[in-house]
Design a protein around this ligand. Structure first.
Ligand SMILES: *[C@@H]1O[C@H](CO)[C@@H](O)[C@H](O)[C@H]1NC(C)=O
Ligand SMILES: *[C@@H]1O[C@H](CO)[C@@H](O)[C@H](O)[C@H]1NC(C)=O
Ligand SMILES: *[C@@H]1O[C@H](CO)[C@@H](O)[C@H](O)[C@H]1NC(C)=O
Ligand SMILES: *[C@@H]1O[C@H](CO)[C@@H](O)[C@H](O)[C@H]1NC(C)=O
Length: 555
């Protein structure tokens, strides 16, 4: 009886602790006129336990064990295929670099951050079936200015020294990454919004990115208490050309309707950005539950809101456009950028990052350039708008790379004048790699990761964010703040390094094989055939000889 009572008490305690957990799911749909549609999924699990995931029943156990084991304070992992086109699509809710990108802050009590970081990336590599185990000292940097934690941190903690950042631009994202990602959700892909995410439709998009974000958040205004947040995100950009029509619906986008919300979720909501209805009108069926207008930074965003019940009733949200003859040319957002490689031949080259400020006042940005060790960039060749000394640079940090050990890392705090384009150029030399260091398809080229641009936008034009959902005390998304923090990634670039002629061994093998094949026959003959003596001809009479000649002729 006593045992039973104790276990009941314990389970009540566990239930009470677990009752504090919260899970929310959201879909955000935004038409990007004239040709694309953006959809963003976020699944947020809040663990209202100050320090650990113990007794948390909704948080993904495999991930939470990794986080506790390596003393991670904040973690961001994204796996992305395709390139977000900022000048055409505006800004995404969360930007991500092409390929795999991982950055994390470790807790203060971690002393050997580098070892911990390598172990963390190797563990996550197993968890997400991605090649994160290739992260090592030679492709890891510690950004000084570009990245700041989005969660709660102790006031006087040195956040820089506990941060590590790495990106793998070559990583290819596919189904085998999505499946373990879905397993982390409380409803997996059986119920709720995640049941829409089937890989057949996702990999049919122009851009897709899956992410896992973990951080610690303040529970009250003074931040004396904190809780943990795990956010799983998916960004997809659909092309109307692939959909074969401008009208879209959940069934068309994901191959099936929505079978209700996840029963474990405290809220399941769909937001549709209907701001573009002013330029390209469309009708939504069914009617939204509510229309929200959010005003920030001088621009209005109208959102249609749907509350989805976990009743298992199939729902299909559809948009039907009226007249679509009008040609819409989207205005570029306040800040946009481009990156490309200069030079010809196989000796010297240059890498150029162009940043355009369209806004009416100057904007300060932090630009982080990160070049692999096999692309030595020299600080002395840094030119801004063609000048070596520029007044635009307010502060800079450079850490030279070391062969096979450390990448090149440059950070610039720049003040971009109003309505201007700034070009940042650096020269590099091509190096020869060792022959085992070339990838199997060496002539394909080598990827250079994206540059990071960290900015506090002075305007909310083309800025995309969801209404406050995660927590009331989210320091990053505060609608009444006069600036909008964002970190963008430029497009990546590709260089073709001097590559040895890998076909030579093949040619040699072919030639050698031919020679052997040709020589084999005669040699075999000689070695295996028995040599016999011909019987010597008897002395013939002249008659027999004559007959012999005739016989030959008859033959
Ligand atoms: C933080 O750590 C970095 C790297 O270890 C160091 O360069 C920097 O001076 C530290 N900052 C402070 C405020 O202690
Ligand atoms: C778009 O605007 C039209 C009228 O201008 C209105 O009838 C329609 O309901 C609007 N669509 C949405 C999704 O609000
Ligand atoms: C950015 O926003 C402005 C006004 O809000 C709009 O005219 C423009 O088309 C948008 N640009 C993009 C690329 O979304
Ligand atoms: C949001 O920003 C405004 C203006 O800076 C500030 O007054 C307000 O306290 C902030 N809200 C939160 C919840 O931090």
């Amino acid at each position: 009886m006593r045992v039973c009572l104790t276990s009941i008490v314990i389970s009540v305690f566990i239930l009470l602790a677990a009752a504090n957990d919260e899970f929310k799911e959201e879909i955000f749909l935004k038409p990007l006129p004239p040709t694309h549609l953006y959809s963003f999924f976020q699944f947020i699990t809040l663990v209202n336990n100050e320090n650990s995931f113990e007794h948390a029943h909704l948080a993904p156990r495999s991930l939470s064990e990794v986080i506790s084991r390596f003393h991670v304070e904040e973690l961001h992992l994204t796996l992305t295929e395709g390139q977000w086109r900022h000048h055409k699509w505006g800004y995404p809710v969360l930007d991500a670099a092409p390929g795999a990108e991982l950055y994390a802050w470790f807790s203060e009590d971690v002393e050997d951050v580098d070892t911990q970081w390598r172990q963390l990336s190797a563990t996550l590599s197993g968890l997400f079936c991605a090649s994160l185990n290739f992260i090592d000292g030679f492709n890891t940097i510690t950004p000084r200015m570009a990245l700041w934690p989005s969660g709660a941190f102790k006031q006087n903690q040195n956040v820089t020294s506990q941060l590590r950042y790495a990106s793998l631009p070559r990583e290819i994202v596919c189904t085998e990454n999505l499946t373990p990602w879905k397993k982390l959700l409380p409803c997996e892909s059986i119920r709720g919004f995640s049941s829409l995410l089937n890989s057949r439709m996702i990999h049919n998009t122009n851009y897709h990115s899956i992410g896992v974000h973990f951080r610690r958040m303040c529970s009250n205004k003074e931040c004396s208490q904190t809780h943990l947040e795990v956010k799983q995100t998916v960004s997809l950009v659909f092309d109307y050309k692939i959909l074969k029509s401008v009208d879209w619906s959940l069934r068309k986008l994901f191959g099936q309707g929505l079978p209700g919300g996840c029963p474990l979720a405290s809220s399941s909501q769909i937001y549709v950005d209907i701001t573009s209805n002013d330029t390209q009108p469309f009708k939504l069926t069914p009617q939204p539950d509510k229309i929200i207008t959010s005003q920030r930074g001088g621009s209005d965003t109208k959102l249609a809101l749907y509350n989805i019940k976990p009743d298992g009733v199939m729902m299909n949200l559809a948009a039907k456009y009226g007249n679509t003859d009008k040609i819409i040319v989207p205005q570029p957002p306040p800040l946009h950028f481009n990156r490309y490689v200069l030079g010809y031949g196989k000796e010297f080259g240059g890498i150029v990052t162009e940043v355009t400020n369209n806004y009416r006042s100057p904007i300060s940005i932090v630009l982080l350039e990160n070049a692999p060790w096999w692309l030595p960039i020299q600080l002395s060749t840094l030119r801004i708008n063609g000048e070596a000394e520029s007044k635009l640079v307010l502060s800079q940090f450079f850490s030279p790379g070391r062969c096979r050990q450390k990448p090149y890392h440059l950070e610039l705090l720049l003040r971009l004048p109003a309505r201007s384009t700034t070009t940042i150029t650096m020269d590099f030399e091509f190096v020869f790699l060792k022959w085992q260091e070339y990838p199997p398809d060496a002539n394909h080229g080598f990827y250079i990761g994206s540059a990071l641009i960290s900015v506090n936008l002075p305007t909310a034009r083309n800025y995309t964010s969801l209404p406050l959902t995660g927590s009331t005390y989210d320091s990053v998304v505060n609608a009444s703040q006069p600036w909008y923090p964002a970190v963008f990634r430029t497009n990546g670039a590709m260089v073709s390094l001097p590559t040895p002629d890998f076909s030579m061994p093949y040619n040699v093998i072919c030639l050698a094989c031919t020679v052997v094949a040709l020589a084999f026959g005669p040699l075999h003959n000689i070695c295996t055939k028995e040599l016999g003596l011909k019987p010597t001809a008897k002395k013939l009479t002249w008659k027999q000889r004559l007959l012999g000649i005739f016989k030959k002729k008859q033959d």
